[in-house]
Design a protein around this ligand. Structure first.
Ligand code: GMT
Length: 380
């Protein structure tokens, strides 16, 4: 098949999933065109059958706001015609599902080769935060209804979409996935020793995200401060984003600067995940929690919020612990119990990696997307 994948290029779960899906589809023999405003950060030039199509938004002094949607629709139509796309797969509904719908209308109206079928994958904030905002909700709901196929990354997100946007069509749940041959714990004693510094007995707690308010990094620091009061520990914060300065201030005010390291945005989180003893994700909302899945694959038990799709990823007491988002005391107790029982923590880490292999590996999940493409093409 010839597949156009529309996604965001910025560091964020939906762009990562879209790019990895494209990569695996290309490896499986399909021709894949990633359509975005910049090369997605996981995309590399030169991989066979895996191309990047740039959306150019020309500036014009009259426009105070860039006309991204129009440029995107135009690019989808161009790529569909030039590359004879069979599928346009929009990742993140806002505004990609709308762009796919408009492109479909244009291509259907013109006589020409077969018109690609459209699929929208819902990732989370496109529904829970952005898409359900009254400023967008009508057009987002309409565009989702008009897609020839719709998927959501968790049952929780599918339910939220039906509840908040009143969607009536079938939403298929296809979970996020990982390349488990790559995502494995790869111990790096030098990095671990460097993070521990003068405290070589310290446990390492880790959080990775794009530092947005929904991630509640203040709660990460709070849990860490309470853990640190009881056992030697270090906290590594991987990523960057709007909350960074505020979190830096919190760390300074709590007198924790010697024990908290800001690692910044990392092209590869694997070395950091591989030195961690626990992963913290106390988000206010999380439709799936790809970062938790990455931690699990690296044998790191997850302490997270019991929200959204996280209970579909983390199994309470088996691969991690889930508490109400505001229950930082509960998260602290769960973290301390694991740190004070290394055998249990290690067993939980191994169970987590096994679970990722069993339920979330790319060789199992990507064929489900492939079958869905075939189905929507057959229905066309
Ligand atoms: O949450 C983010 O920071 C980014 C966001 C995105 O769309 O890029 O993530 C959402 O999609 C990810 C991939 O499907 C999910 O793993 C995240 O849970 C989801 N984020 C939220 O629901 C807050």
């Amino acid at each position: 098949m010839n597949v156009g994948i529309v996604c965001y290029a910025s560091v964020g779960g939906s762009g990562v999933v879209a790019t990895e899906l494209g990569r695996v589809l290309a490896q499986r023999g399909h021709e894949v065109h990633l359509i975005s405003h910049d090369p997605p950060f996981r995309w590399r030039e030169g991989e066979p059958r895996f191309f990047f199509e740039h959306v150019t938004v020309p500036p014009y002094p009259l426009f105070l706001e860039p006309q991204y949607l129009l440029a995107l629709v135009n690019t989808i139509v161009r790529v569909a015609r030039e590359r004879r796309l069979d599928i346009v797969h929009a990742h993140y509904a806002v505004p990609h599902a709308t762009a796919a719908y408009l492109a479909d209308q244009m291509l259907s109206a013109a006589s020409g080769p077969t018109v690609p079928r459209t699929i929208t994958t819902l990732h989370g904030t496109d529904i829970t935060l952005v898409g359900s905002d009254p400023s967008y909700s009508s057009v987002v709901a309409f565009s989702i209804e008009q897609s020839h196929g719709v998927t959501a990354v968790s049952h929780s997100l599918a339910t939220d979409t039906i509840r908040t946007l009143g969607i009536t069509r079938d939403i298929r749940v296809i979970p996020n996935f990982l390349d488990v041959d790559r995502y494995q714990r790869r111990p790096d004693p030098a990095l671990r020793a460097r993070v521990r510094g003068s405290d070589q007995d310290a446990a390492i707690l880790l959080h990775t995200s794009n530092f947005r308010p929904v991630k509640r990094i203040g709660a990460v620091v709070e849990v860490f401060a309470q853990v640190r009061a009881r056992v030697p520990a270090k906290l590594v914060l991987v990523g960057d984003g709007p909350e960074r300065r505020r979190v830096e201030r919190l760390v300074t005010e709590a007198g924790l600067t010697a024990d908290v390291q800001f690692a910044g945005e990392q092209p590869d989180a694997l070395p950091w995940l591989s030195i961690a003893d626990l992963f913290l994700l106390p988000s206010a909302q999380e439709s799936f929690g790809l970062s938790a899945l990455e931690a699990m694959a690296c044998e790191v038990p997850v302490i997270a919020s019991h929200v959204g799709g996280l209970p579909e990823v983390v199994t309470e007491g088996v691969t991690g612990h889930l508490r109400a988002p505001e229950d930082t005391a509960g998260m602290t107790s769960a973290a301390l119990a694991l740190l004070q029982d290394p055998a249990r923590r290690l067993a939980m880490g191994r169970a987590a990696a096994d679970d990722v292999r069993r339920r979330f590996q790319q060789d199992t999940v990507v064929p489900v997307y492939e079958r869905m493409y075939e189905e929507v093409i057959a229905e066309g």
